[in-house]
Design a protein around this ligand. Structure first.
Ligand SMILES: [Zn+2]
Length: 253
């Protein structure tokens, strides 16, 4: 089967009838864990409520940091090493292409840097970025650390520990307002690797104007969403399959 230039063929198991966005139309891409899962990075929370063997409350809350900063540091050091050893997949590359060719804005829930490494020109990391650290005393002091481990030697000028620049459960999401601004201006939203029924995807779609068209790429879409017609197109596919098909269908270069 040819992998380019053929439109609408159900080779992926679905029919593509999404019109290409018009010139000047504003597109927001929203990506989640499903995109990076295809690069071998485990999803944030599995069905058993564990993240790489840890309960979320042990490693991803402000209380966990106060209780045992060494454990939290070690946990995120391992996650950072994992992303250093992971590579972007076709879904990341398709996102970069949609951004470059159609001027789309990208909001991701992912804390890895695979979108950047796939060539995305700008990325709004709603939940922060693992290759950055910040002082535990406030979010204003973000610094890039690459893939190196954080240790207890990493301190701000006032002696506080540096922590990963990720948003933990129970913390405010500083970039959420910006993401809402973009959603409110969107003519199109492309949602991939995350569920339209849970925060923040559901909330951001709610911020979009009533005429905004929505493309949902989800291997297991909820029946209520799949049944909708008109402004929602559902591609029941994995992120890389659905996004690659969309890129071909829209003849992006
Ligand atoms: Zn400080």
């Amino acid at each position: 089967m040819s992998d380019d230039g053929i439109d609408g063929l159900p080779e992926e198991g679905f029919t593509l009838d999404v019109p290409r966005p018009g010139t000047g139309e504003k597109i927001v891409l929203l990506t989640g864990a499903g995109v990076s899962a295809e690069s071998g990075l485990p999803t944030f929370r599995g069905p058993d409520g564990l993240w790489e063997g840890y309960r979320v409350e042990e490693v991803a809350t402000p209380e966990a940091w106060v209780r045992d900063p060494a454990l939290v540091r070690r946990f995120y050091n391992l996650r950072r090493r994992a992303i250093a050893n992971a590579a972007p997949n076709p879904a990341h590359r398709a996102v970069a292409r949609i951004q470059r060719d159609l001027g789309a804005r990208l909001v991701t829930q992912n804390v890895d840097d695979l979108h950047e490494r796939a060539g995305s020109p700008h990325v709004l990391h709603l939940h922060g970025l693992l290759t950055e650290a910040r002082c535990e005393c406030g979010p204003a002091s973000i610094s890039a650390i690459g893939y190196r481990d954080l240790t207890e030697e990493d301190r701000c000028t006032r002696g506080h520990f540096l922590r990963p620049n990720v948003v933990w459960f129970g913390e405010p999401v500083p970039l959420y307002a910006k993401a809402c601004e973009w959603a409110a201006e969107a003519d199109w939203m492309i949602v991939v690797g995350t569920s339209l029924t849970v925060y923040p995807a559901a909330a951001l779609v709610h911020e979009a104007p009533s005429g905004c068209r929505i493309v949902l790429i989800d291997p297991f879409p909820s029946p209520s969403i799949a049944a909708q017609r008109g402004r929602i197109w559902v591609l029941p596919a994995a992120a890389s399959v659905g996004l690659s098909a969309l890129v071909r269908h829209w003849h992006l270069k």
